[in-house]
Design a protein around this ligand. Sequence first.
Ligand code: PMP
Length: 284
Amino acid sequence: RTVYVNGEYLPETEAKVSIFDRGFLMADAVYEVTSVLDGKLIDFHGHAVRLARSLTELDMQQPCSESELLEIHRELVKRNNIEEGLVYLQVTRGSDGDRDFVFPPEDVKPTLVLFTQNKPGLADNPAAKKGAKIISIEDIRWGRRDIKTTQLLYPSMGKMMAKAAGCDDAWMVEDGYVTEGTSNNAYFVKNGKIVTRPLSNEILHGITRKAVLRLAAEAQMEIEERLFTIDEAKEADEAFTTSASAFVMPVVEIDGVKLGDGTPGPIAKRLREIYLEESRKTAI
Ligand code: PMP
């Protein structure tokens, strides 16, 4: 695989980042994942805008312009022959060669790293035909989940807890209300109405969420953005999650309770189709 590190395209075995890098020592880093279908990038601009916002919120320097980022994404997709897969991007605050809680001086440049993941069958994913089984866990993450930082230890543990319970993923619950999935936004559907939590600092502002809600509204589906409990979701007709890497993923079970007949629901299936169709059309 060819990867990108600070201006250079290199074989992955030759790519190097300092052990003093704050991304490594302190998770002082933000990231984006953009999916690739038909060799083209899905919603690149949305990811670039969110990246810029994450960096601004953390007083981190922008590593380069959006058009330069696009060029790097395209170059990696080309060099690694990605038809279906992902481009992972990470920006860290870099390092001045020491460990200190205080941010390094202005002249220390951020570290920019990108790599691709080849995922044939990303769109035609058999997991989406089966639907996901979810457990609920407490949300103990920090209070700025709208910033896409690489502090992914708890979400990672959440996935492991789900796995240990024979499930696929976990939804997190704070003060009695569902925040989001470990790596996705959460929705349920009752009597034809789609319910999802409104945007705030408590959840990531999903790029797929925005696109899917727009497409749902265009398809005359009813949407309500409000807080909801895990018990409400368990009594739903259907449920689903959205993310750039899994698109729209039907949810068929929550904490051992089957939703509907325990197979992917019609609205989740329809939204997945519409989203994939629209994404292929607008990919760049
Ligand atoms: N919430 C969390 C916690 C996530 O990690 C992700 C995926 N990175 C999402 C939501 C979905 O965001 P997006 O649609 O931009 O991938």
